[in-house]
Structures are given as C-alpha cells and as structure tokens.
Design a protein around this ligand. Structure first.
Ligand SMILES: Cc1ncc(COP(=O)(O)O)c(C=O)c1O
Length: 368
C-alpha cells in the first residue's frame, strides 16, 4: 500500500511480547484457575490503602491529572530525603527510558547494556536509531563484569544501563563495582540505574546510588510502583536525577503523561509501609519454598535479590512453557533473553508456589 517510508532503523525493533494474560489462557484451554507468574507482579495485589484512595478518587475522573504530580513528588521527596525537583514521573518507568533516549540519543550513538537484561533498554536506544552494546554477565551466577562494560565505552557512548537487581537473573551489582564503574566512565556518559526491584534487596552491599546525585554524576535512578507496590495496571514509575537532567527529560514529556488514578494510588502506597513489609516477607519465604522444591527436582535457581528467579531447567523452555500453560501456570521462557533452557518465574503466594512446583514436575516428566 502507499504509505510514507518508516524510519529505517525501526526495523531493528522486535515488538515486545508481553506475558500472556490469565483470561487469554483460560479462554484458550478452557481452564478456570490459571495463575500468572510471568511478569514479576506482586501476588499480594495492590496496597489496600491505595485501593481505598482510588475508590475515593473515582468521581473526579472528569478532571485532567496534575501534570506535575505535586503531592506524590512531595511525599517521595520527604520519604527519600531528596529535593522535589529531582523527580520525574512516567507512565511506568518504561516511559522514562524512552524519554532518556529522546532527550539524549541521536542515530549512531551507543548505549552499553548487559546481557541478559531488560529488553526496554535496547528498545529505547533503537527507537531513535542508537545502538545497544550488550556485555555478557559473568558465570553461572550472572554477575556484572565492569571491566568488560568499560571496554565497550567509546566516543559514541551516551549512556550505560545498569539493572540491579537485574531482570531476568535477579543478580545485583556490588557497591564497590558500581562505584568503580561510575567513577571510571567519561564524565558526560549518562548512568541509568534501574532499581525496579530494589525494595526486595536484602544484601547490605547494594548501593541505592543516591550519593551520586549529590556528587555531580549524570545519573538517573529509575523506580516503579509496578512491582512491590502492586500497581502495575496503573502504569506509574519515576526517575530521580540532578535537576539539570530532570529539566532536559521534561522537555520530551507529554503534559498529562501520568493519570490521576495512578497518582492517587501511588501517593497512598508510599505511605503503606506495612504492604511493603508483607510483600518482602512473602518473597523471602517463597524463595525458601522454591529453593527446596527445585532441589527435589535436581534444579537450582540463580541466587537472586528480587521477586523472581531464573533457573536452568535443562529442557527447551518453549516446550516447557506450553506444558505448564496446559496445566494453568504461566511462566516466562528464557529464549527471549538468549537462554533457551532457562525460565523466569515470579515468586508467588505459598499456594501459587506449591502449584508451580507440582506443575513444573509434571511438565518435566511429560517432556522426559
Ligand atoms: C528492570 C525493569 N525495569 C522497568 C520495568 C518496567 O516497569 P514499569 O511497569 O514501571 O514500566 C520492568 C518491568 O518488568 C523491569 O523488569
């Protein structure tokens, strides 16, 4: 058909394939009790206080949202002891990744990432014709290799993306390693620290990166309400950066990019420490349950600091996915990350984990 030529570099973008929705699997297989452990959501659901805040807000939906997210900004600044001007809000933290690319990358620029990691860094770079330079993580525990990352930095490098805990491996970058990397980078290279899962980290060696904000490093810290706060359906996340970087990024932001319901729920969720504690406890005990169950099957997950785990199953994960789907459990296959025998699974409630382990066992038997 007649249409304008698409920008040629968009051919490099593979459309994102999201985790299958529960309803779709129930329709497809005629099941009623499907569980989804595929997108690292919070199995406890949203904070009940956030739910109440949304109910109270519902009859105000004829009014545009606050384009500045004023109350949420104030609440986060107070909680995290930062300046309100250091925040930028997005329709999910995904959106802020695109903002970063739109604000700073030009065609031919490069961005250092790691592999395997979250696909949206590649997407953001490719959206504007920049080129991701993925550096493999090291060894069976998928650790960061900062020297290898530094070796990929050149005159074209605009940013380095560091996901910690890393999706899909759950591994973290140590404090000293991050410090070394940040201080060795050329001074104009943007350091993006994606901390979508930071609330789950138990390791005291993890660095929240806030120190870099005050030391003049060009850093953007990304956080989200989609994970521990259980608000993925609302799409709200935020970046924390020096005010000069916030001002640049703000230029590419639509005025009402964060909806009013999301702002109300997030504001309430920031004050609900109990939900965060409950969610963290759920994951800590789920990890023990899963480790034990996997060991009985002769499997061992990569050590993680997140609400999901990555495990080598020794079989083709696409076939395993299908077998598990038939039995009503949705997981994520590792092939999309370049690891065809691994699966990534979200820690669930005790009963969800039990069901996962039973279905995994039955599916592995079926495939043997
Ligand atoms: C590492 C990482 N960053 C960001 C996101 C996206 O978060 P949001 O829902 O805020 O767009 C995800 C979601 O899976 C993620 O795994």
């Amino acid at each position: 058909m007649n249409k304008p030529d698409m920008r040629s570099y968009l051919e490099q973008i593979k459309p994102y394939v999201p985790g299958k929705p529960v309803e779709e699997v129930e329709r497809e297989f005629g099941l009623t009790n499907v569980i989804k452990l595929a997108s690292n959501e919070n199995s406890l659901g949203p904070s009940p206080i956030a739910v109440k805040a949304m109910q109270e807000k519902i009859d105000k939906m004829h009014i545009y949202p606050d384009g500045n997210s004023f109350y949420l900004r104030q609440a986060l600044a107070e909680k995290l002891k930062l300046n309100p001007g250091q925040f930028i809000f997005g329709n999910g933290s995904d959106e802020i990744l695109s903002f970063i690319a739109l604000a700073y990358f030009s065609p031919g620029d490069e961005a250092v990432t790691v592999s395997p990691s979250f696909s949206e860094y590649d997407f953001a770079a490719r959206l504007v014709g920049a080129v991701p330079r993925p550096v493999p993580l090291r060894g069976e525990n998928f650790l960061y290799d900062v020297e290898a990352m530094l070796s990929q930095v050149n005159d074209k490098t605009k940013a380095v993306f560091i996901c910690s805990p890393n999706n899909p491996t759950g591994s973290v970058i140590g404090r000293a390693e991050l410090d070394y990397l940040v201080k060795k980078l050329p001074e104009k290279v943007l350091i993006v620290l994606d901390q979508a899962y930071i609330e789950y980290v138990e390791d005291p060696d993890h660095n929240d990166g806030f120190g870099y904000l005050n030391e003049g490093f060009p850093v953007v810290i990304l956080r989200t309400f989609s994970k521990i706060y259980g608000l993925a359906g609302l799409r709200i996340g935020y970046g924390i950066a020096p005010v000069e970087i916030v001002a640049d990024i703000n230029r590419v932001r639509e005025p009402f990019n964060v909806n009013a319901m999301a702002q109300a729920a997030a504001l309430a969720a920031v004050g609900d420490d109990q939900h965060v504690i409950r969610s963290r406890e759920m994951v800590a005990s789920a990890r023990k349950q899963i480790d034990k169950g996997l060991a009985e099957l002769g499997l061992k997950a990569v050590p993680d600091q997140a609400n999901f785990f990555f495990v080598n199953t020794g079989v083709d994960s696409k076939l395993l996915f299908q077998e598990m789907l038939k039995r009503g459990v949705i997981i994520r296959t590792g092939d999309i990350f370049g690891f065809p025998e691994y699966i990534r699974v979200t820690y669930g409630t005790e009963s969800e984990n039990k069901r996962f382990l039973e279905v995994l066992k039955a599916s592995l038997v079926e495939l043997s």
